[in-house]
Design a protein around this ligand. Sequence first.
Ligand code: KG4
Ligand code: ZN
Length: 349
Amino acid sequence: MRILAIETSCDETAFSLVEASGGLLRPTFVILENLVTSQIAIHQPFGGVVPNLAKREHLINLPILFENIQKIIGKKKIDIIAVTVGPGLEPALWTGIGFAKEIHKKYFPKAKLIGVNHMEGHLYSFLLSEQKKTVNSNFQFSIFNLKSLFPAIALVVSGGHTMIIRMDSLTKRGKLGETRDDAVGEAFDKVARLLKLPYPGGPEIERCAKNGNPQAIQFPRPMMYEKNYEFSFSGLKTSVLYYLRDHKDANINDVAASFQQATIDVLQRKATRAIEEYNARSLFLSGGVAASKALRETLKNTCNKIGVGFFAPSHQYNTDNATMIAVAGYINFLEKKNRPIKANANITL
Ligand code: KG4
Ligand code: ZN
């Protein structure tokens, strides 16, 4: 079935067109188009996302992206329109939902409109990790013997969330823990601001960290050894603040590398603990922070060492995109999950 997906929960306006097949046993996705317009340049002067500016930009970008994707849809049938309903910025969410309803009525009245949880999009994006090119040179994603991956542990690390989830199957799961304060991506963004680096901070910190010494400064590893799956990153950010206050000649690259290492150590320790406690066969890493090469490499090596599979989406599907919304929309459709098509800024997994 053909899925048209829309994502506008934060500062990315995204559209995707995906051909999905295979059901819950072997979900297979051919990506016909994946369009993302980032608003980074607009929010950069404010050091973070401004909700009403995001709304205004989504309203400008949505019809432009739709016009482009319409060229690929042509006269083909659309079976599902999947749209993010939350969590996210409420004014931003409504723009995508309103647009989805409009095109549903006008162009694809026979399609099923499905409201998708953005975090489920990130969670299921591990299904976008094993790719091969199809005859039309589109990418096809499918995981061989999906069933053998479970039980699995999913680590979802984004700008708004940090969660560890136990997955017994594709559709059966339980949240083990999450952050008590800042999400890990948020900590990267805040520390970047302290270092006078532009928004979003994650890629900037990673760039500086490459030239720094991760052992130079011993920043705290909050809650690392606590026997639970909760996180706390705001104290770590405060430690960086105090360090910079007390060391006017601080080497920015060393600070970036040492901060990055502290977050990686905590995520690695908690993920390993969960894998061991639940006898997991695989680890799924996703969310914007999963774009960090340093984090991916560390977790991949850890998984290799302890003999479990490691799955993380291909690069463009870590940060916000609509392909992951199409993937979650397909699974929601198969599960007959029906969410109200209205913005819900605070839904969780
Ligand atoms: O998933 P995402 O695009 O949006 C949310 O749903 O929040 O995640 C964005 C977050 C930002 O905080 C950004 O700084 C972080 O992902 N990020 C990174 C890297 N690339 C993006 N964090 C660490 N290292 C990176 N390379
Ligand atoms: Zn996200």
